[in-house]
Design a protein around this ligand. Sequence first.
Ligand code: DC
Length: 224
Amino acid sequence: MQKIFSIAIDGPAGAGKSTVAKALARELGAMYLDTGAMYRAFGLAMLRAGVDVNSMSAVAARADDVDITVEYVDGVQHIYLAGEDVTTAIREPAVSGAASSVSAVPEVRARMVALQRRIAEGHSVVMDGRDIGTAVLPNATLKVYLTASAKERARRRCNELAEKGTPQPYEQVLEEIIERDWRDTHRAASPLRPAEDARPLDTSHMNQDEVVAALRRMAQEACR
Ligand code: DC
């Protein structure tokens, strides 16, 4: 493997990016950065401040005020808002919607992209998100576009929610996924799309181990 490498994993919500990116980073001894967590933290900050997340100008006006930091505790990424650990709080369903809305605001994106580049500087990194290959790491050693059908992503999400003891009806989860896909792909600022040089990987019919193995092979090839 190259001395310092960067791997960009993009794709829609629920494609399993974070689980496999984390596992790949561990195998390769690289840092893992979940960039969605940063948009979630920003969304949470807006909800707490009572800012209307659907008002792009109101959110943009706060872009520089939010104090987000990322730290690693025993190798696990923790995210902080003004020093408060919000790693768990950002997983609330209300925060998912807020994150999607604030991520459409160019001023927020510019701030997050700068922060993501700064965190990754000088490290081998596996980063997952929506715009890693297209905007954050345009020169990444390897870019992967991870997808799965909306139905399969909804099925996986339903299983996760049931395991957590917070089950939700399949139809509702599917509808939310379709709506989030639409917002993420239709926003003007860095819409979700594969980078031209990204390798597509459809995981609809693969289990986690198979996905990690496929990524490892791609990484080894790319880093040779
Ligand atoms: O991956 P996630 O569900 O935690 O992401 C939360 C929201 O943030 C999602 O609506 C897409 C957005 N996002 C983004 O626009 N760019 C990224 N690099 C990561 C996430």
